[in-house]
Write a protein that binds this ligand. Sequence first.
Ligand SMILES: CSC[C@H]1O[C@@H](n2cnc3c(O)ncnc32)[C@H](O)[C@@H]1O
Ligand SMILES: [Zn+2]
Length: 439
Amino acid sequence: MNQLRVSSGRVLRPDGRVERADVAVDRDEGTIRAVGSPDEVDDTLDGAAAEALDASGSLVIPGLVNAHTHVAMTLLRGYADDKPLDPWLREDIWPAEAELTPDDVEAGAELGAVEMIRSGTTAFADMYFAMDRVADAVDRAGLRARLGHGVVTVGKDDADARADVEESLAVARELDGAADGRIRTAFMPHSLTTVGEEFLREGVAEAREAGVPVHLHANETTDEVEPIVEERGERPIAYADDLDALGPDDFFAHGVHVDDSEIDRLAAAGTAVVHCPASNMKLASGMAPVQRLREGGVTVALGTDGAASNNDLDLFDEMRDAAMLGKLAADDASAVPAEAVVEMATQGGADALNLPGGRIEEGAAADLAVVDLDAPHLTPVHDPVSHLAYAARGSDVRHTVCDGQVLMRDREVLTLNAEAVQKRAAAAASDLVDRVESA
Ligand SMILES: CSC[C@H]1O[C@@H](n2cnc3c(O)ncnc32)[C@H](O)[C@@H]1O
Ligand SMILES: [Zn+2]
């Protein structure tokens, strides 16, 4: 058997306890074979040789899950800042995206993959264009992902709008199961206001037939909620329910402006919400009621959103932001505590995306990250979970493993040439801006 042993670390278990343990991984199956004392792990290895990853002085955690991003937007990092959502999209981002080529998307996706691997993320959900090229990048990087082509129908004639819906459905059907099953897909209308009702209705019905979930931006700003309420006399989550877009495998990004009736509806349907605190603060979209969502029984995951509204893909930042903003939103320092944000970035993400991972336990997917605690900003260690939420940074990650494959060892990314990826992305971004300026 092809095995990997993560030795001498402290391991974050699914119930939030941290214990000294080794982790044995079956690399052929991509699963965790055992978690236990060195002797217990020796027994499961049966004397067979195993590749070793040293976790001494470190914390072994489930690979983090970035449950909402637009990964190729790394090319637009720092391109347009300090505006609210609508003008930011219309004046800056959409004109730039109109010039994007599939090669650009691949370059940006590889850059995002390197950034995620380096900061301990092993799975992500992506809504964008040229998804075959994103899938190629995911395959090479060794990551896990739920991918979808983002549909926008406003401003398009009927034929173009329909073609966009069809492309999203085709991508969802064709890429599902790619990269040895590490890629799953979804139908991804951009939002309830940027896709017309008939296209939403038809697209969701076809997604149900194809057995793929629905992912969209919902209740992100008041500018998006108000027109729906005015035109339809119902809140956006009720509208989504009416469209049959509120299922147990579906997951919505943001959920900032949701009222109690919408929280009840999300919980009853089992639809997850992906909280994107940095993006919500930067675009001044508002403060999601994370404590109320969790207390109401909604699965809450964490997402960075795109690098143009964050401006990084580091989920350690997101955990800290979620805890801080959650307290402010609830006006309660005990709201959204450290354990909650760690759970949101791990189990919550895996559950929202319905992907394997999120837990270090026997039989679970071998998706994990090893966080080096031997650093001034992480000393002393009264509580490792507190450090994950409030003090650790992506750059503290030493090793990253996904599906049993070591993606980064001792801070060296093994699956992609990080230097070449960075160079290619910088050149693609610079050429892109030249094209936008001369358009
Ligand atoms: C149609 S592909 C996805 C689309 O979404 C845009 N986008 C990036 N960040 C946000 C956000 O916070 N809310 C809504 N839309 C966003 C991205 O630029 C693509 O055009
Ligand atoms: Zn988004």
